[in-house]
Design a protein around this ligand. Structure first.
Ligand code: ZN
Length: 316
């Protein structure tokens, strides 16, 4: 039995090998090939359900990812983006045009439709490609494992601001290595005091206690947003905690029903944006995919056109 940890380490090792082979041959590797390597190599520890009818038409397509355990599930819509490093500047084409707008706007609107967190899978090339530029903390000299792991990283789309994310430090600060995504969160999230006062007790507990599995994945994402918010000078948005619409049944819908209304500079409740995809139990279509009890065509018909398939990772 392959563990989730082993499967994703294996996936990263093969992704880096492919990047290295292309770099040595003077070829530019693409997002689609790395996505194929990562999902196929990690497939032993998860359920992968490609929409085969769409696969050929959609080269830069997005994948639905669910992280599932006995306590609940966290859902993402993931779009792959490679870095281009030039004279020390890092560039991601977040706003690359697609048929109707940009790849980013397509990602954001599809994620909102499905109540998923929009996320970028950042493919950062080999350590050599990015000159072994160190992470801001925990870096050991030379080819350290922490840096190697960063070749495949995840960043909440909320933090993928092209004017800010343009070097190693900003990219690393706002993202997490894919294989560290579910690492138990052992430190408290950074929260400005005015917002701490607005937190419902369960949410406060969630942000200050150790979390595992799907909730650790959620913390990996929201902690980075809270850290960026902590670094801003603007005061917290005043007002009572907002009450979400819908999802009134206790066991369905989001885990946290009352979240602060603070918007930071994003112009939306980032708590709601980050936490709506955390559910007590995965949606019906995820359960169907995990049990193998589904009809591909009807499932695909329920999804926005840019979705290439569904991945479900189950933690023991
Ligand atoms: Zn390092």
């Amino acid at each position: 039995m392959t563990t989730v940890e082993d499967a994703f380490r294996w996936a990263r090792i093969h992704a880096v090998r492919h990047m290295a082979a292309c770099e040595q041959a003077g070829m530019r590797w693409g997002e689609t090939s790395i996505t194929e390597v990562v999902t196929s190599r990690a497939a032993k520890a998860m359920t992968v359900m490609p929409f085969t009818q769409r696969a050929e038409a959609l080269s830069g397509a997005d994948w639905v990812w669910w992280w599932v355990d006995s306590r609940g599930a966290y859902g993402m819509l993931v779009q792959a983006k490679r870095v281009t490093v030039s004279w020390g500047k890092w560039k991601f084409d977040f706003n690359y045009p697609d048929g109707t707008g940009t790849q980013r706007s397509t990602l954001m609107s599809a994620a909102a439709t499905l109540d998923l967190l929009p996320v970028y899978a950042l493919y950062l090339g080999t350590g050599d490609y990015r000159s072994w530029e160190p992470r801001t903390s925990g870096h050991r000299s030379g080819r350290c494992l922490q840096c190697v792991k960063r070749s495949v990283s995840l960043m909440p789309a909320l933090l993928a601001e092209a004017l800010v994310v343009d070097d190693a430090a900003s990219t690393y600060e706002r993202s997490v290595a894919l294989e560290d995504l579910w690492e138990p969160s052992t430190t408290d999230a950074l929260i400005i005091p005015a917002i701490q006062e607005q937190l419902a007790p369960e949410l406060s507990e969630f942000l200050t206690n150790r979390q595992d599995g799907s909730r650790a994945v959620t913390r990996s994402m929201i902690d980075r947003v809270l850290r960026v918010r902590f670094g801003e000078f603007s005061a917290a948005t005043r007002g009572d905690s907002e009450v979400r619409q819908g999802g009134t049944h206790d066991r369905l819908g989001p885990v946290f029903s009352r979240v602060p209304a603070d918007t930071g500079h994003w112009g939306m409740s980032y708590f709601e944006h980050m936490l709506t995809p955390l559910l007590h139990a995965p949606p019906r279509y995820v359960l169907e995919v995990m049990s193998g009890d589904f009809v591909e065509d009807s499932l695909a018909a329920e999804m926005p056109a840019n979705v290439a398939g569904i991945v479900a990772v189950r933690f023991p």
